[in-house]
Design a protein around this ligand. Structure first.
Ligand SMILES: C[S@@+](CC[C@H](N)C(=O)[O-])C[C@H]1O[C@@H](n2cnc3c(N)ncnc32)[C@H](O)[C@@H]1O
Length: 222
């Protein structure tokens, strides 16, 4: 059943809510010492998005479906892209109340999805153990949406995440075009003198449904 939102004509239809994922346990959880923000909110520094745009030409308008306070959207717009910005939460930017996982179309004329998906779940440490599963669900859904428009998908992920066996299966079956490894660790929170270098290395993984079949992805450093 399609539930249109007439007051938001640029938004995709939504599909009925899916059952929530059962939590899995057994993997050590890293405690950073920082409180995780609600719904995994942390803004991406501008240089990270600029690194993507330095290496990848995005076709058509871009959808940032987890826009947060607009950190990525703003950089994309500054580089001349038309950007549709949505988020599950109200963060003072873009259109709130849009659950990406329940969208079944890309909005408007968008041909690319660029985002930093939520890595954990609901801000609780217990929920972090679900993050690998949730991220795979996010990836599969984003690939399905971008396939429908022969588009592109750029996701900022932890470098270690792409080594997972089940992630590898999804990525190997997808039109994986480019991986951009960030050699500088991201500092997610500015806490003045107390700001730590990030715990993780990150990378952009870029999929392009126009990528020639059988051609391996390019690996780049930024
Ligand atoms: C890690 S933050 C990234 C914000 C922004 N993309 C950036 O890089 O600065 C993740 C964002 O995803 C949003 N979010 C979480 N689950 C979502 C969902 N199912 N649909 C849409 N947005 C979601 C959160 O509200 C949060 O703003």
């Amino acid at each position: 059943m399609s539930l249109s939102q007439p007051s938001l004509p640029i938004l995709p239809d939504i599909i009925p809510p899916q059952p929530s994922l059962a939590p899995t346990f057994g993997r050590p959880v890293h405690y950073s010492g920082y409180e995780r923000e609600g719904q995994d909110f942390y803004a991406t520094p501008a240089w990270v998005t600029e690194a993507l745009l330095h290496h990848v030409h995005l076709r058509g308008p871009v959808w940032e479906p987890c826009c947060g306070d607009g950190a990525m959207s703003t950089v994309l717009a500054e580089h001349g892209h038309q950007v549709v910005s949505t988020d599950l939460m109200q963060r003072g930017f873009g259109t709130p109340g849009v659950d990406f996982l329940q969208c079944r179309d890309v909005p408007g004329q968008c041909r690319s999805i660029v985002t930093n998906p939520p890595y954990g779940d609901s801000g609780s440490h217990a929920g972090q153990s679900r993050s690998p599963t949730a991220m795979r669900t996010f990836l599969s859904h984003a690939l399905m949406l971008t396939a429908s428009v022969q588009g592109q998908l750029a996701l900022l992920v932890r470098l270690q995440w792409i080594a997972g066996r089940r992630v590898a299966e999804i990525m190997s079956a997808a039109p994986f075009a480019t991986v951009i490894v960030l050699t500088q660790r991201i500092r997610w929170f500015d806490m003045g003198e107390k700001t730590n270098a990030g715990q993780h290395h990150h990378a952009w993984v870029v999929f392009d449904h126009a990528h020639p079949p059988g051609q391996p992805p390019a690996m780049l450093y930024a």
